[in-house]
Design a protein around this ligand. Structure first.
Ligand SMILES: [Zn+2]
Length: 344
């Protein structure tokens, strides 16, 4: 593959190979179909171009550290998320990383640990912490931008701030935290070194960062087999065990453990075939788009199910790949456990 000029946000290497490139129109239609709301779609398209200062975005793989990142590497801002999220967005209440992290925190030597969660959604993880008696409400701080999420967290009695954690001027209720959790957040962020610099300063002496991100191997499989692309400016960095090692080395912190969610055939099939349907629905003249956006509302679920079943039955090559390759990919999430001190 041809080498191109591009600056790696992780290791600063200036060459990369291109994985794919899309226009700002393709980016916008990934998040919002013009068939639903043409005006909003146009606004989103313009905003993406304005953010990136470019009418296209490239997904590049660093020649040195293999980090896969969007170029330009610019994160979505509040306006971007306000445009793509509706009030009806549902936050998952049970995730693999919640269970794993609760085990880690429970088995640690901290009594009533102070916990900071960055990107708390509607507070699903925090509520579990309190309900399981892991710590007290006033030991927890949440950071969340969405108005709906923030109101849910406050209703539960937990302090919730809408601040940029990277900004040193922003003060938090506690000076130090024993655990800082970022679940499905890091892949959305730019300025990753500035971020970890601040997080290191917020960790207590034996404190740990618990970072969950999507499994890069699943994303690669999806993209190569007609499912959704992992689209910027929503996700702008694709993490792996090796890139976590590099991140820790460069920032003089310690990767204590790296785990991948176990593979589940049922979850994989549901995710993969619905992502294939959604990818097809991004083409305005496709049958999938017709089903999703133009058919009778009461029949959408029925037609979508039929479409997915037919796609499943008529894709024998893909089914073979799933049988032979997918179990090796693992589940949808990976969890990195990072401590402040590097033992080297
Ligand atoms: Zn690199």
């Amino acid at each position: 593959m041809k080498k191109i000029f591009s600056v790696c946000p992780l290791c600063s290497c200036k060459t990369a190979t291109q994985v794919w490139e899309v226009s700002y129109s393709e980016q916008a239609s990934h998040f919002l179909s013009p068939l639903v709301n043409r005006d909003k779609y146009e606004k989103l398209r313009e905003h993406i171009q304005c953010l990136q200062k470019s009418s296209s975005v490239s997904l590049n793989k660093c020649s040195d550290c293999n980090f896969i990142y969007s170029y330009p590497n610019i994160a979505g801002d509040k306006k971007f998320y306000d445009l793509i999220f509706s009030d009806t967005n549902k936050y998952p209440q049970n995730r693999w990383e919640f269970i794993k992290s609760i085990e880690i925190i429970k088995n640690s030597k901290f009594k009533k640990p102070k916990i900071l969660e960055i990107g708390s959604g509607d507070g699903a993880f925090i509520r579990k912490l309190v309900k399981k008696g892991i710590t007290t409400k006033n030991s927890i701080t949440a950071i969340e931008y969405s108005i709906f999420g923030k109101s849910k967290i406050k209703e539960f009695g937990i302090e919730c701030l809408s601040i940029d954690i990277k900004d040193y001027k922003n003060k938090l209720p506690h000076k130090e935290y024993d655990f800082i959790c970022l679940f499905q957040v890091l892949e959305h962020l730019d300025n990753i070194h500035k971020l970890v610099d601040r997080l290191k300063n917020l960790l207590s002496k034996n404190g740990e960062l618990l970072i969950a991100v999507p499994n890069d191997k699943i994303i690669k499989f999806n993209e190569l087999n007609g499912a959704l692309l992992d689209m910027p400016p929503n996700h702008i960095g694709r993490w792996s065990k090796n890139t976590f090692i590099k991140y820790c080395d460069l920032n003089n912190i310690n990767l204590v453990e790296h785990k991948v969610e176990p593979f589940s055939l049922k979850n994989f099939l549901l995710m993969f075939f619905s992502y294939r349907f959604l990818r097809k629905a991004q083409k305005q003249n496709s049958i999938a788009a017709y089903i999703k956006y133009k058919s009778n509302k009461n029949l959408v679920v029925f037609f979508t199910s039929i479409f997915i079943i037919l796609d499943f039955l008529f894709s024998p090559k893909i089914l073979l790949k799933i049988i032979f390759c997918a179990p090796k990919l693992g589940g949808e999430t990976q969890l990195a456990r990072i401590s402040k001190f590097c033992n080297k």
